[in-house]
Design a protein around this ligand. Structure first.
Ligand SMILES: C[S@@+](CC[C@H](N)C(=O)[O-])C[C@H]1O[C@@H](n2cnc3c(N)ncnc32)[C@H](O)[C@@H]1O
Length: 237
C-alpha cells in the first residue's frame, strides 16, 4: 500500500540537526549560542575560556579586526558576517565614520549585537538577518568583509566564501578566522563535540580554505594558524 505522509509545516530542530544543517541550529538560538556570547563578551573570564578552548588568544582576533578597520577611509562600507553577538564592535572607534553592516542568520544574535553596540555606545551599526550563503547585497558593495569564527559553522563554507568575495568591491579585503579540521589532535575533540551538538558544519583543512578562496577569485591570500584557528586575509583583485 502506498502511504502518503503529510509534509511537516516547519522541519523540527531535531530534523534539521539530523540533516547536519548547523546554520539552522544557530538560527534557532541553540543553547551553545548563549554560552558563546558569554565567552566572547565577558572581559574577565572570556579570554581565559577562549584560550583554554582554542589554544589561542582572543586578542589576536581583536588586533586583526582593529587593524583592518583602522585602515579604512571615512565612509567605507563594512560587512561583518556572521557578526554573532557583536564581538568586533569593540574594535570600532566610537567616532567611526564607516557604514557598518552586521549580519547574521540568527535573530537572537542580532539582538545581542544591537545590545553590545548600545553597551559600547558605538553608533551607526546596521543589523540585518542574512544567510551568508545567499547574501542580498549587490556585487562589489563592500570595502571590507569581516568573517570571524564563522565559516566552520556553515553547511557549505566554499559557497559562503564565494559569496563573501562577490560582495567585495575590487581592491576590497576579506579578513577573518575559522576553525580548520587539521589544527592538530588536541582540537579534534572540538570538532567531534561541535558536530554532535549540531553547531559545526563539515569545515575543511587549511588547504581547502586556500582552495575556496582561490576558486572565489581572491588573491594575496594569507593564512596564519593560531591554535585551533586559522586567521585569513585576502583581497579581491
Ligand atoms: C561562533 S559564532 C561567531 C560569530 C562572530 N563573528 C564571532 O567571532 O564571535 C557563529 C555565528 O554564525 C552564525 N551563522 C551560522 N550560520 C549562518 C549562516 N548561514 N549565515 C549567517 N550567519 C550564520 C551564527 O548564528 C553565529 O552567530
Amino acid at each position: 500500500m502506498h502511504v502518503v505522509h503529510p509534509a511537516p509545516r516547519e522541519p523540527s530542530r531535531r530534523y534539521r540537526r539530523a540533516m547536519g544543517d548547523a546554520s539552522a541550529s544557530w538560527r534557532l538560538d541553540h543553547p551553545w549560542a548563549k554560552v558563546y556570547e558569554r565567552v566572547s563578551t565577558d572581559d574577565r573570564l572570556g579570554p581565559l575560556l577562549w584560550r583554554l578552548g582554542t589554544g589561542s588568544s582572543v586578542d589576536e582576533l581583536h588586533a586583526r579586526a582593529a587593524a583592518a578597520l583602522d585602515a579604512l577611509p571615512p565612509g567605507a562600507r563594512v560587512l561583518d558576517v556572521p557578526c554573532g553577538s557583536g564581538i568586533v564592535l569593540r574594535d570600532l572607534p566610537r567616532d567611526h565614520a564607516l557604514r557598518y553592516v552586521a549580519a547574521d542568520i540568527s535573530p537572537a544574535m542580532l539582538r545581542r549585537t544591537r545590545a553590545e553596540a548600545e553597551r559600547l555606545e558605538v553608533p551607526g551599526i546596521e543589523t540585518k538577518e542574512a544567510d551568508v550563503h545567499r547574501l542580498d547585497d549587490q556585487d562589489h558593495t563592500y570595502d571590507l568583509v569581516l568573517t570571524f569564527t564563522g565559516l566552520h559553522c556553515l553547511p557549505d563554507p566554499a559557497m559562503a566564501v564565494h559569496e563573501l568575495a562577490r560582495v567585495l568591491r575590487p581592491g576590497g579585503r576579506l579578513v577573518g578566522s575559522t576553525l580548520t579540521t587539521d589544527a592538530g589532535l588536541r582540537h579534534r575533540a572540538t570538532w567531534v563535540a561541535g558536530r554532535a551538538a549540531g553547531v559545526l558544519g563539515p569545515g575543511g583543512t587549511r588547504a581547502d580554505l586556500r582552495r575556496w578562496m582561490a576558486d572565489a577569485g581572491l588573491v594575496d591570500v594569507d593564512l596564519t594558524p593560531a591554535g585551533a584557528f586559522t586567521y585569513l586575509t585576502a583581497r579581491r583583485p
